[in-house]
Structure formats: C-alpha cells, structure tokens
Design a protein around this ligand. Structure first.
Ligand SMILES: [Zn+2]
Length: 298
C-alpha cells in the first residue's frame, strides 16, 4: 500500500530522528524479513554502524550508513516506527496477556526491532509479512542486489522529455500497467496511478502509443502534481500506513476517484470500477472517456 509519497514522508521524518545514531544489536522476530545478507549476518553486522541520511528510490527507503546502506521496502502493510525508548516486547506481551489487553498492532506484527545505542529504536512491523530489509556494503551492491529491476524515480530522476522518451519505447503498453511497472518508472502504485490518470483525463486502458505529445506532457505534469500533493498531505492512510511518528496522513480525503465507486465525480457522473492491469481501477467515464478512434464521437 505505501507508495512514493508515503515513503517520501517517512524518509523526511525519519532522517533527523536517526541521524548520527549508532545501531545496537537488532532483534529479528521474523528472520525472512531480512532479504540480504543472511539473518545471522544481518544481526551481527548492523551493530556499530551509524545512520547518516535517509533517501528514497521509488518505494524503497534507503538509509545511508557510515559504512554501507540499509534498504527497506514496506510492500503491502509494512510500517516503520521510531520510538524514543526501547520496549521489552516479551514482557509487554506477557503483561497484556495477564491483563487481557489487546496488544497494539505495531507490537503484535513486529518483525524487526533495530535499537540505537542511545536507547531509541526503529520498529519494522508488518501484518502481511511481505516487507523486506537489506543491508548492503556499497552503492554497487545496492544496485545489483536491491534495485536491479527498479527504473528511474518518477519524482527525482525524470524530466518531462525523458519521461516522453521512455513512453515512446513502451508504445504498446496499456497506461495503467505501464505506470504500475516499477521497471518502467518507480514510485506509483494503484492509488496514485488512478488519481493521476483522472487528473489528466486519460482512460486507464488507453495505449501509450495513442498519446499525443501534449497528452504525454499532461500525463507527466499530473504525475508530478499528484505525488507532490500526496507528500504535502502526509500520504494516504487507510488502515495500514502510518508515518514514522505513528500519525495518519490525510490524502485519502482528497482522492478524486480511488475507492469511490458509484460516488459522483466533480463532473456529476458516477465513478466506475473496472479491472485494468489485473487491478481494481477507478475512473470517471465522462472525464476519462475511452478513445474510440472517431473524433467528435460522443
Ligand atoms: Zn468526471
């Protein structure tokens, strides 16, 4: 669920919180959370490394260390939460079992705790267990091990001309599928793809080759706008995503089509849900009319 804006929000919030802090021994509650190196090697080689800055590539959060890079992908339901003080989770779980209290989700689904030597801690929790963490030694390993199938970042790596060039190489692709394809360009998932196609009035099933240069430019602008808006409003929160301090984003209240089947579009037409690129896709049949090939046909 977290897409580029949500990861960007986490990245901006987390950097000042962890900057120049040194990792202590991590506690790996679910070993498969660590994709690289082995869980044992991760546990022994993270301690002593110091966080320098946080950056993002597509939906990957990258924490540069004084030595190496810690990469995190939240996938469907991953959450990264910073806490000032470490908690003894086993003791807390026993305590709540005694008192019949519900264990908070971030503790119940805790997969990895990464404490710092000053007592603060980064918690990686994940209900659906698809989120992954990597510890690599340098930029080359980052590219070959973590980011090997990740295209240019939609917000940071592409100007309008470069985006249009990429589109021309993928003429035969349906736009919804193309924008979801992280190898084409990285950052957007189902929510922001639907929202950006709505903003530029393009049908999700339209083929890339039918776009005029003006359409393609409009699409690029809509992508930049919708991502910037998402970031500005703290990301989109449904039930899983929280920013790093545990707060909820509020971009979901600004969604024009996503999740709004049968509700009225600003034009008055009812928003429809179809399947495109194998995903539930929301669009306005009036604002995003399908290309019929016959100009002026209504
Ligand atoms: Zn409409």
């Amino acid at each position: 669920m977290p897409e580029l804006p949500e990861v960007e929000v986490i990245c901006r919030e987390i950097e000042p919180l962890i900057k120049n802090k040194t990792f202590d021994v991590p506690v790996l509650y679910m070993p498969s959370t660590v994709d690289y190196p082995s869980p044992e090697e991760f546990t022994t080689s993270l301690p002593g490394r110091t966080a320098k800055n946080a950056r993002r590539k597509g939906k990957y959060l990258l924490i540069d260390l004084n030595d190496g890079i810690l990469a995190i992908h939240l996938r469907m339901t991953g959450n990264l939460l910073y806490k000032e003080e470490s908690v003894n989770h086993e003791a807390a779980a026993e305590e709540s079992a005694k008192t019949n209290e519900t264990i908070p989700a971030d503790q119940r689904f805790l997969r990895l705790a990464m404490p710092f030597t000053d007592g603060s801690v980064l918690h990686f929790s994940d209900m659906r267990r698809f989120g992954r963490v990597w510890l690599v030694e340098n930029e080359e390993q980052l590219q070959t091990i973590v980011l090997k199938n990740v295209g240019p970042d939609l917000l940071n790596d592409l100007c309008c001309e470069e985006f249009i060039e990429l589109l021309q190489k993928r003429k035969r692709s349906q736009l919804k599928a193309l924008l979801l394809d992280q190898g084409f360009a990285a950052g957007m998932g189902n929510i922001y793809t639907d929202e950006c196609l709505f903003r530029c009035g393009i049908h999700p099933r339209r083929q890339a080759e039918t776009l005029s240069p003006a359409d393609a430019e409009q699409l690029y602008r809509s992508i930049q706008d919708v991502l910037a808006d998402g970031i500005e409003h703290g990301g989109t929160t449904f039930r899983d995503y929280r920013n790093s301090s545990g707060a909820l984003g509020d971009f979901q209240s600004r969604l024009a089509v996503y999740g709004r089947k049968d509700e009225p579009c600003s034009c008055g037409a009812a928003i429809e849900k179809i399947t495109a690129a194998g995903r539930g896709t929301y669009y306005c049949p009036r604002c995003q009319a399908e290309q019929t090939g016959e100009e002026g046909c209504d």
